[in-house]
Ligand binder design. Structure first.
Ligand code: CA
Length: 259
């Protein structure tokens, strides 16, 4: 018989729920929270790593023991990219809305419906979005183009940048480019793409006199020794993530975590 184990992350912690002969087993999973670069990372002992840029990007990494044992919006991790759009009823689907709506948690929530293309809706932003997102197709990411399909990320960038018509104008654009940079990093190409005029991250702000110096790293350290994590050990292999990282004077091993 197939058995379903669900992992939950709530205010009270990380736990798994497993049904055994109709009884529900609830089991707490040890987890750690780290601030890594611009990301908040929650990693559980069982091999689940959640990375959130505190804005619009959420990444999930699973240990290989989960291979073929998961389902949902992020795919089924069976090594075949073509069947990742499988609905909750285990049907392969081609429509993004049918796929997404099948996984909604609350049946009372209305189904998402296709909307007009965001660049048609906000056409005054189209030229600007095209110009900005072109960085993905440009020389800046040249080394990555052969490893990660740039067009897909460019299209997503254009659509996100057109659609992001409220709040921080650049947030959607910067997150979209950062998503491509993160994919490049995973593929082994580290790209220093931020500049003082393109989505800058100002790390200098954290530099008090005579203490650790904070610098921007496009592919920073993955698991750091900090006051909250003095052992410097993490449960999982956390990918290197961009953000502000400290360079400390010799001998200082425990850093104040501020990025
Ligand atoms: Ca798959």
């Amino acid at each position: 018989m197939e058995q379903a184990i669900q992992s939950h992350l709530t205010r009270r912690g990380f736990f798994s729920v497993e049904s055994v002969n109709t009884f529900l087993h609830r089991c707490h999973i040890p987890y750690k929270i780290h601030v890594v670069g611009i990301y908040l990372v929650i990693e559980a002992e069982n091999g689940i790593v959640l990375m959130w840029n505190k804005k619009t990007t959420l990444m999930l990494k699973l240990k290989s023991t989960f291979k073929g044992k998961v389902c949902g919006l992020c795919g089924n991790y069976d090594g075949n990219i073509k069947n990742d759009w499988t609905s909750r009823s285990n049907e392969p689907v081609v429509d993004a809305f049918e796929f997404g709506n099948s996984w909604k948690n609350l049946p009372t929530c209305e189904d998402a419906k296709p909307s007009k293309d965001s660049c048609d809706m906000y056409s005054h932003r189209h030229a600007w979005a095209r110009k900005r997102c072109n960085i993905i197709l440009s020389e800046v990411f040249k080394e990555c183009h052969a490893r990660v399909n740039a067009q897909e990320y460019y299209d997503a960038c254009e659509s996100d940048t057109c659609g992001c018509n409220t709040g921080g104008d650049c947030d959607c654009f910067c997150s979209a480019v950062a998503a491509y940079a993160a994919a490049c990093n995973r593929a082994g190409v580290c790209v220093r793409w931020r500049t003082p005029t393109v989505c800058p991250l100002f790390c200098d702000y954290y530099n008090p006199d005579g203490h650790c110096e904070w610098h921007y790293e496009p592919c920073g350290k993955s698991c750091m020794k900090t006051c909250k994590n003095p052992s410097g050990k993490c449960y999982n292999e956390i990918p290197t993530l961009e953000g502000c990282y400290p360079h400390c004077p010799g001998g200082k091993s425990i850093w104040m975590k501020r990025a």
